[in-house]
Design a protein around this ligand. Structure first.
Ligand code: SF4
Length: 613
């Protein structure tokens, strides 16, 4: 820990009692008890004179420094990071994204941090140190680094080790010789605030909506990438196209023209508004929110991206097991050594990966806050007497006001997420319903047990199995993760109740990659067999040969477009099996061709942007 360890003088080892009489033995025991009491009392007195641990005072990050100080952040997927960086830049901040954490970061985390942490702590803490050392080796002095850089990260009050991240960062930067380096927190509960309380990082509507769009776009473009890449006809085309799409989207987030009511409202309205500043500000905020979500700049950028993605050539007849990746938040998100580069490994091994959007975790936070409010209603809002009708009514109004806030937040995020999914061609998945997840988990796991992913690891395993959305669930759980260890204990009971479940938990750490990959290969073998059997059954029920299906697809190029909508068959998991059934319906006149999403408006198509954000 960062505070000095309290040293207790060791007790004097007892010498064997060789006294003969009972009285002498009693006296000797009394003497030793007195000696031990004196030792402990001296220790307590020494402790009382010590000062309580105080968090070290930190240099503030002030508004005046915004042009000079660079904000560092990282820890998500590269697509999220590109987009969030653009949201920061759009708000006028200097910002740098840390590269993906690797094993060297993990080792630095172990060297400069506390012992006994969970794996993501080592990776992320060491990662910051690695970057600061890189800055130093590029010629900057430590003083320059401390004065001109700050680190922005998420924080929490627990209950798992996430609550200790802030302290870990501070300890590690201190141990590595960057004492005084500033850490800014995005608190799960309080929003953004500098640990020092200074408003260097200001939460404006434009910044908030930019970050909101960035998170959703990052989730959805990631999902699209993993759904197209396994079926791409021309190797590397998906990554190439999505790189251009990301370039375009990041430019849109970064360079968007900000809405100001003065540029849109007629003069007579402005005259009225200027008389009432509060009304003017409210209207301006609503206009900004609308512009970020529904404005021309956003809609055109999405349409251009959709058109570009829609041009990729795919072959959906490749039989691939669908592998849903779940687990701890960071382990299931990072794209590097922190999870043994699991996503690229799975794809190389022939799987179609279903990644987890960050949106699910945000929905979980909202769901949990609402569920706790409902559960604690009688504690937080004590019921007045039965005869106090007015009091009871007011109590209900207050309570419903809170609940409605959570319900609105949940509806709003899901609705906007679904809109962006549609605008980008309808290929990505919508967010999973948290109510259904909680219902699946409840028989096995207390849904109010917080920390990490809470009950979601158990719930997702059941959800993706019973709804036949994945052939296999792979849970990435960091070494030393407390909530994941709890889930692990429960998963064996879950597996014994769902016989056709293929579930593999993998403990991620700084080492053991070969072992982890070989375990995944074994489970993947089973999932592949499941996918092949399903495909065979689909072909048999279609009553058509694979060659006939292929010929039909070749004659109808629209079926090779990734955004062509293949209707979902309940009970079918694999992309190839679903596709075969749909094509056979088309061949036999039982179905009509789905309509492709419309092209981008004329003059709004995507030009390959030259510079990345
Ligand atoms: S969820 Fe697990 S791995 Fe993540 S911060 Fe908490 S204890 Fe660490």
């Amino acid at each position: 820990m960062s505070s000095a360890r309290v040293q207790v003088a060791p007790p004097v080892p007892p010498s064997p009692i060789r006294l003969r009489t009972r009285e002498a033995i009693e006296q000797e025991i009394q003497r030793r008890v007195d000696a031990e009491r004196a030792r402990l009392q001296a220790h307590v007195a020494q402790q009382r004179s010590r000062e309580h641990f105080q968090r070290p005072r930190e240099l503030p990050f002030t508004a005046a420094e915004r042009d000079r100080v660079t904000i560092l952040f990282g820890g998500l997927t590269s697509k999220h990071e590109w987009l969030i960086k653009s949201a920061f830049q759009s708000a006028g901040y200097k910002v740098e994204v840390l590269p993906t954490p690797d094993v060297a970061s993990f080792q630095l985390g172990k060297e400069y941090g506390n012992n006994g942490q969970c794996n993501p702590t080592y990776f992320t803490v060491g990662h910051l140190i690695k970057y600061l050392q890189h800055l130093e080796s590029s010629g900057l002095s430590r003083r320059d680094i401390i004065d001109n850089y700050v680190f922005f990260t998420a924080g929490s009050c627990g209950p798992c080790r996430f609550g200790m991240y802030e302290a870990e960062y501070r300890l590690a930067v201190q141990n590595a010789g960057f004492d005084g380096f500033r850490v800014l927190l995005f608190q799960q509960t309080d929003g953004i605030k500098a640990a020092s309380g200074e408003p260097g990082l200001k939460f404006t509507v434009d910044f908030g909506m930019g970050a909101f769009n960035a998170l959703n776009l990052g989730d959805i473009v990631n999902d699209i990438a993993y759904q197209i890449r396994p079926f791409e006809v021309h190797e590397g085309e998906t990554d190439r196209v999505l790189h251009e799409v990301m370039d375009h989207l990041t430019h849109t987030v970064r360079d968007r023209r900000k809405f100001e009511i003065e540029e849109h409202a007629p003069a007579w309205v402005l005259k009225q508004l200027h008389r009432k500043k509060a009304v003017r500000d409210t209207v301006n905020i609503l206009g900004k929110i609308h512009d970020h979500l529904y404005g021309r700049q956003t809609i055109d950028a999405l349409a251009a991206a959709r058109e570009r993605i829609g041009g990729i050539d795919v072959d959906r007849l490749r039989v691939k097991p669908v592998v849903k990746v779940t687990g701890e938040f960071w382990a299931q998100t990072t794209e590097g050594d922190g999870n043994f580069r699991m996503f690229s490994f799975l794809e190389r091994e022939g799987a179609q990966v279903m990644v987890e959007p960050i949106g699910t975790w945000i929905m979980y936070m909202l769901w949990l806050a609402r569920a706790q409010k409902v559960y604690r209603k009688d504690i937080d809002y004590p019921a007045p007497k039965r005869t106090d009708v007015k009091g009871r009514l007011l109590r209900e109004l207050k309570f419903q006001g809170k609940i409605t806030g959570f319900s609105f937040g949940n509806w709003f995020w899901n609705h906007q997420y679904g809109r962006v999914v549609d605008q980008l061609g309808g290929l990505a998945h919508t967010l999973v319903p948290l109510k259904e997840l909680a219902a699946h988990a409840a028989p096995y796991y207390n849904v109010f047990a917080r920390g990490g992913e809470g009950h979601m690891e158990v719930a997702k395993n059941i959800y993706y199995t019973v709804n036949k959305k994945a052939h296999m669930v792979l849970s990435l759980k960091p070494f030393g993760c407390m909530p994941s260890s709890q889930s692990d204990g429960v998963q064996s009971a879950v597996m014994s109740h769902f016989k056709d479940m293929i579930f593999l938990p993998i403990e991620t750490s700084g080492e053991g990659e070969i072992n982890a990959h070989s375990r995944v290969q074994m489970a993947l073998g089973e999932a592949k067999a499941k996918a092949r059997l399903e495909f065979q059954q689909a072909l048999e029920s279609a009553g058509t040969s694979l060659d006939d299906i292929r010929r039909y697809v070749d004659a109808h190029p629209v079926l090779r477009r990734p955004l062509y909508h293949v209707p979902h068959r309940h009970g079918m998991t694999g992309t190839a099996a679903q596709f075969v059934l749909h094509v056979s319906d088309l061949m036999n006149g039982r179905a009509r061709f789905s309509k492709l999403p419309g092209p981008a408006p004329r003059g709004r198509t995507m030009v390959s942007a030259s510079a990345s954000a």
